[in-house]
Write a protein that binds this ligand. Sequence first.
Ligand code: PSU
Ligand code: MN
Length: 304
Amino acid sequence: MTLPIDILPEVQSALADGGPVVALESTIISHGMPHPQNIDTARAVEDAVRRENAVPATIAVIDGRLKVGLDEANLTRLATASLRDVTKLTRANLAQCVAAGGTGSTTVAATMIIAHLAGIDVFATGGIGGVHRGAEASFDISADLRELAHTPVAVVCAGAKAILDIPKTLEVLETLGVPVIAYGQAAFPAFWYRDSGLTAPMTADDTMVIARAWAKQRQLGLQAGCLIAAPIPENDEIPASVITPMITQALADAEAQGMTHGAVTPYVLQRIFELTEGASLTANIALVLNNAQLAAKLAAEFRK
Ligand code: PSU
Ligand code: MN
């Protein structure tokens, strides 16, 4: 059986030449941002990768095919489709979607799996999933963490969203053997703001330092990914004091609405968008662009 995978020619030739390629996720397009900001951002993120002379590969599942690199038609389809027609894909439901010829957007977990199948080892996103607040009762821990433990892809993010329990998220990452490196500062960033109040397990000021550690991790046979956490640019940050009450409100609303499983994160993000009158989205776009740029630099460094 051949793998049901379609790699865009541009991505294929970059991989064949040993050039830098950056994987990008698609759940942020279908479930993470409203239209038309979602498609504008998807294009801008690809452009940010190109400006650093790397090739972007946005990943999704379209009609049962693993897509590594999305053309304009598929990008538009994901950005405009009703959520009933686009499954949020993680490790657990990926094979079923492919077997059924279905269409879905890939979370961090599913994007890592497909990137690895294609031979891509750098991936940029906004924020990873993590341990949800109240996980001691709900057991809601994102499959992204387990994927970081097993799949050798370096993930550039802006830390973990403060809708999560960040201390528990860092504890689980440590338990799972995932290197967590803050870029350019000691603090672990909290997505919309630069300092979560927690010191990151490791810090690097230089992409070369990260690339060396990554190469060593592979050489030692340590089967895991790596999490690089870059703070949101200073001018785009929403202070913790401003966003914290809105996060509390959004989480209470999610509970009152009975949200569970994959529905929680998209609902909470949408509520925070409403409560901040769009400011959370503006910040989200800025940090994703920043992450894409860093990921492209890292991809070039990894190839050296
Ligand atoms: N961060 C964002 N927007 C998003 C997500 C993260 O800024 O849409 C998505 C990612 O795809 C991530 C997923 O993998 O949310 C985590 O969902 P869950 O908590 O259900 O595992
Ligand atoms: Mn969950």
